[in-house]
Ligand binder design. Structure first.
Ligand code: ADP
Ligand code: MG
Ligand code: ZN
Length: 629
């Protein structure tokens, strides 16, 4: 007890010296001292009583009924005759109390030894412990937790079998649409897994790995699942990023573990999603690369070499960045088959829409073909999302089946973001109307531009107004005059603002347009050889992506002189297109005003009506303007 109390005292002192540091400890540990009660203090309170001599005298007089001797604290509790038993008088004893004891015996006084101090000490200790125990428990908890964490970290490679094995993926090839070539190639993999004898009999080596390459959302993961589903073999899937952990070597041990498990379950399929997370070019990037990643990749390469071609394990990997992959991964004997999974074309989109429309209630009047036409560039995931959004809208509108209205709204939403509420009539609304009609009018009047689908003043996403163009069917190649037409139409917004409101009134609304325009013009010069500089490619497509695992010293491949020439060419293209845009708008001012009035009033003009009005007010009938130069 004393020891404990001393600690408390010390804590208090140290708390005084460093008030902020000790404050907590002091308050926690001091509390028991107050609760437990200090015997010395308690004594003083009751101390008005008898002296030793008086006690002996009273004993002789026969006034004493009972005495309790407390040797430990050297006091006696004296109960006088005719006194309440709960308030004894305390008497300080001497070192040796033989005389008192003799007297008590003589006078037949009841006396006994008690050790109140000890019991009090016990209580004090208990109370102190009550405070200490939670503290200790808390400390143990922390300790346990930290050891847990570290042991967990050490076990990453082994115990956490993150690669789930799916015996049946439930996905079939018929669930994947629009990627026919890829499906055909992969059909063969299924045969490898199902009847390897057919190939080994004639001495053919079964490929070990297939690499699926394509933009996100085109169905790579889905395809891998479909292969496993069709072949009816177990499917181990792991994402490349799951190999990469806190400690060097963990990824490598995971690779070993994965292959060990796979061998036990052969024939089976290993699917490594997003393999670029580990399969990146080694030794690149700032500081010579990443040890952990390289070790993991080395292990992967070793494992892929380590098993025979006919053990019945086929590895499928997927990536959307084949350009950053290490060359060693791509050599024959590893991922020797590379299957492109591209964004679907019109027919592909229609097929995908059919797959995803299977489990939705779609009004018979809806033409999936029309949707496919409206959605060039959409991937499988986009289309799935589109139909889902449309279904959600249908439910919200309490309709029984998805109609073309919901699908149109869903397309707008997927492409341009959430719809806002239209502005009230104001000067800025009028300015936005001029801006949008500027885009649409130029787009309509230039021969090489895609037709206007609709113009609207209803904000969506970041945009305050929008002009939608229907993209030409499957734009694989774009000509120089098409790009220039696009630049002119994109500048049409700013041009209209300037013509109508004057140079000082133009707004920041065109910022995005200008960025797009500059980009297009720059690419014309540096990548497509469409300027006076001639057919030169002046920019590496993948330059500057140091953080994606590229070397960082391949910046510019041209001289200062060429750089300034590029800038001049870019400026020339843009200013020429801007000039064209302004001229077209000035010549068609009547149409512009008429369309702005209509747009301000109705907030949306469909393409048909737009073209009709333009035709009524413009002199150019069949031979539309082309951006010359
Ligand atoms: P990724 O190529 O990025 O791996 P996923 O395979 O994960 O794309 O595709 C995501 C979702 O998009 C799929 O679950 C599926 O619903 C849909 N999807 C993508 N491509 C197709 C396709 N070709 N056919 C049918 N659905 C597709
Ligand atoms: Mg995927
Ligand atoms: Zn604009």
């Amino acid at each position: 007890m004393t020891i404990l109390r001393k600690t408390a005292l010390n804590k208090q002192q140290s708390a005084k010296r460093v008030p902020w540091a000790g404050a907590l400890a002091a308050s926690v540990i001091l509390l028991p001292g107050i609760l437990g009660g200090n015997p010395a203090l308690a004594q003083k309170a009751e101390r008005d009583t008898l002296t030793y001599g008086e006690l002996i005298k009273r004993t002789d007089n026969g006034e004493v009924a009972k005495v309790e001797l407390d040797e430990a604290e050297n006091i006696a509790k004296v109960y006088l005759k005719g006194q309440k038993p709960d308030s004894p008088i305390q008497v300080r004893l001497l070192e040796q109390n033989t005389e008192l004891i003799n007297k008590l015996k003589e006078n037949n006084v009841d006396f006994a030894e008690v050790s109140s101090a000890n019991s009090r000490a016990a209580v004090g200790l208990l109370i102190n412990l009550m405070w200490i125990l939670p503290l200790v428990a808390l400390m143990l908890l922390f300790l346990r937790r930290s050891t847990n964490a570290s042991s967990q970290a050490m076990n990453f490679g082994k115990s956490r079998a993150r690669f789930q094995m799916e015996a049946k993926t439930g996905v079939k090839f018929e669930d994947v649409a629009g990627v026919e070539e890829a499906k055909e190639e992969l059909q063969e993999v299924v045969t490898f897994l199902k009847q390897p004898e057919r190939f080994t009999a004639v001495g053919a080596r079964i490929p070990k790995g297939v690499l699926l390459i394509g933009p996100p959302g085109t169905g790579k993961t889905l395809l891998a699942k479909a292969i496993a589903g069709e072949a009816g073999v177990p499917f181990f899937s792991i994402s490349g990023s799951e190999f990469v952990e806190m400690f060097v070597g963990v990824g490598a041990s995971r690779v070993r573990d994965l292959f060990k498990k796979a061998k036990e379950n052969a024939p089976c399929l290993i699917f490594i999603d997003e393999i670029d997370a580990v399969g990146r070019q080694r030794g690149a990037g700032i500081g010579g690369g990443n040890d952990e990643r390289e070790q993991t990749l080395n292990q992967l390469l070793t494992e892929m070499d380590g098993f025979e071609g006919n053990t019945g394990i086929i590895i499928i990997a997927a990536t959307n960045r084949p350009d950053v992959l290490d060359a060693a991964l791509l050599r024959p004997g590893r991922f020797d088959r590379q299957v492109m999974v591209d964004a679907p074309d019109l027919k592909g989109r229609l097929e995908i829409l059919k797959v995803h429309a299977r489990n939705k209630k779609i009004d018979p009047s809806v033409s999936l073909d029309a949707i496919a036409r409206r959605t060039p560039g959409f991937t499988g995931a986009d289309l799935a999302n589109l139909l889902n959004e449309a279904a959600i809208l249908t439910a919200r509108r309490r309709k029984d089946a998805v109609t073309i209205l919901e699908i149109d709204d869903a397309v707008d939403r997927v492409v341009a973001g959430m719809e806002g509420t239209a502005l009230v009539d104001s000067k800025s609304k009028r300015l936005i109307a001029y801006h949008e009609v500027g885009h649409a009018l130029i787009g309509t009047l230039l021969k090489d531009h895609d037709p206007v689908q609709k113009v609207t003043l209803i904000p969506r996403g970041q945009a305050l107004g929008l002009t939608w163009f229907t993209p030409n069917e499957e734009q694989g190649l774009i000509s120089r005059s098409q790009i220039k037409a696009r630049i002119a139409a994109t500048l049409g917004g700013r041009a209209a603002e300037e013509i109508v409101f004057g140079k000082p009134e133009v707004t920041t609304g065109a910022g995005d347009d200008l960025q797009k325009v500059t980009n297009m013009a720059r690419q014309m010069v540096t990548r497509f050889g469409m300027s006076d500089l001639g057919p030169l490619s002046l920019e590496n497509q993948q330059s500057g992506e140091v953080f994606l695992g590229r070397d960082w010293m391949n910046k510019s491949e041209y001289s200062e002189e060429i750089a300034s020439k590029i800038d001049m060419q870019v400026r020339e293209i843009i200013s020429h297109c801007y000039q064209t845009a302004k001229e077209i708008l000035q010549e068609n001012r009547i149409a512009l005003e008429r369309l702005v009035d209509l747009l301000s009033d109705q907030e949306t003009i469909e393409g048909e009506l737009f073209r009709k009005i333009v035709a009524e007010h413009t002199q150019v009938t069949d031979e539309k303007l082309a951006v010359s130069h």
